[in-house]
Design a protein around this ligand. Structure first.
Ligand code: MRU
Length: 349
């Protein structure tokens, strides 16, 4: 492949079915699951076989193709009505990442104008969504890397890599590009409790790509900054509102506060499909609450005191004022605010 350190694809359309690299089994087992129905796709998103904002949007788009094939075979006259409940089930699978409903809206436009068998046209749209995402990541990689400055280490949180997207990654796209250009010498990765996306997925991707990675417990990040070990924090996003507020994996907000205190710069990298201009601020973003068991247990082994309860929001919101650079494929915005977001999203691309 022509792009730096780019060899991982977690979402594959093969022989008329969707294959997903099962992210729950990584890094120990690399296994692609074959999905043939929309119900399987809904479960795969809800249960985190696939995760990451752009990746769940792309997966949902392929889920619509599977749904259309089944509904059209059942009833070639009424499939457009019947498929609405499938789209609703996909949309409800996870609430925070807006890429899911963004991709479904694109698929619904194709459904609305379809005449005859819709499968080929829907598949072409899903594949376009997938390819556009990879292209956006490559563009963002270049834009973000261009402002990194002299060679330093960076800190990332969760997994915003090839696994979380169509390929290449958002935050990890900038990191791949920065490493290839000699601007990043090492990546520090938060382990990302409770689901361990950093330890299991980001570390796996970076090791596979030959990029030096050091893991740390989430609570060690502020001390890392205090020691002057990182120049940038680089993260992805699940939803960005019209004023530039950013929802991302729980713990991101704390990192942004610590970064500002220590003079470390904070970069958010996300495609424009993650921007939700219908919401005026991050306070309106629905935050997914996940099972207490994810915090209380590890690998199904109880680690907490029996009887303790857990609070487990999957995401938090970082206010725009803590974001130094917001990178989308449309361009890089310094210190995002409502006016700059409007300008960024209004330009016809
Ligand atoms: O719960 P997850 O693993 O789906 O959360 C993913 C994140 O928060 C990522 O950082 C975000 O989606 C950006 S992915 C390019």
């Amino acid at each position: 492949m022509p792009y730096a350190h780019d060899a991982i694809r977690a979402i594959v359309w093969r022989e008329e079915c969707l294959e997903l690299l099962d992210q729950r089994l990584l890094p120990g087992v690399e296994c692609y699951q074959r999905l043939t129905s929309v119900a399987e796709v809904v479960s795969a998103i809800r249960d985190m076989m696939v995760r990451g904002a752009p990746a769940i949007g792309i997966t949902a788009a392929y889920g619509v193709v599977l749904a259309a094939r089944a509904r059209y075979a059942e009833d070639a006259q009424c499939w457009q009505t019947a498929i609405q409940s499938d789209c609703a089930a996909l949309a409800a699978a996870r609430p925070t990442a807006v890429n899911l409903v963004w991709a479904l809206r694109r698929m619904e436009q194709v459904i609305a104008r379809a005449v005859g068998d819709p499968v080929a046209e829907l598949l072409a749209e899903a594949q376009a969504i997938h390819e556009e995402d990879i292209a956006a990541n490559r563009r963002m990689g270049q834009l973000g890397a261009a402002v990194l400055g002299e060679c330093a280490a960076v800190l990332t949180h969760c997994n915003a890599g090839a696994l979380a997207t169509g390929g290449y990654g958002t935050a990890l796209g900038v990191i791949r590009e920065g490493f290839a250009a000699g601007l990043i010498g090492r990546v520090y990765a938060d382990e990302t409790r409770p689901w361990l996306q950093g330890a299991r997925l980001t570390a796996w991707e970076l090791v596979r790509s030959g990029i030096p990675v050091t893991l740390l417990a989430d609570g060690a990040a502020a001390a890392l900054m205090r020691e002057g070990k990182v120049r940038w924090v680089i993260v992805g996003a699940d939803r960005i509102t019209a004023n530039g507020d950013v929802a991302n994996k729980i713990g991101t907000y704390g990192l942004a506060i610590a970064a500002r205190y220590h003079g470390v710069r904070f970069m958010v990298v996300a495609p424009s499909s993650t921007v939700d201009m219908r919401l005026t601020s991050g306070a309106q973003i629905p935050i997914e609450q996940r099972a207490a068991q994810e915090v209380l247990a590890l690998d199904n082994q109880l680690i907490a005191a029996d009887g303790a309860e857990a609070w487990n929001p999957a995401f938090d919101v970082t206010p725009a004022e803590l974001v130094d650079a917001l990178v989308t494929e449309r361009g890089l915005v310094w210190a995002p605010n409502a006016e700059k977001m409007m300008r960024l999203m209004a330009e016809v691309k």
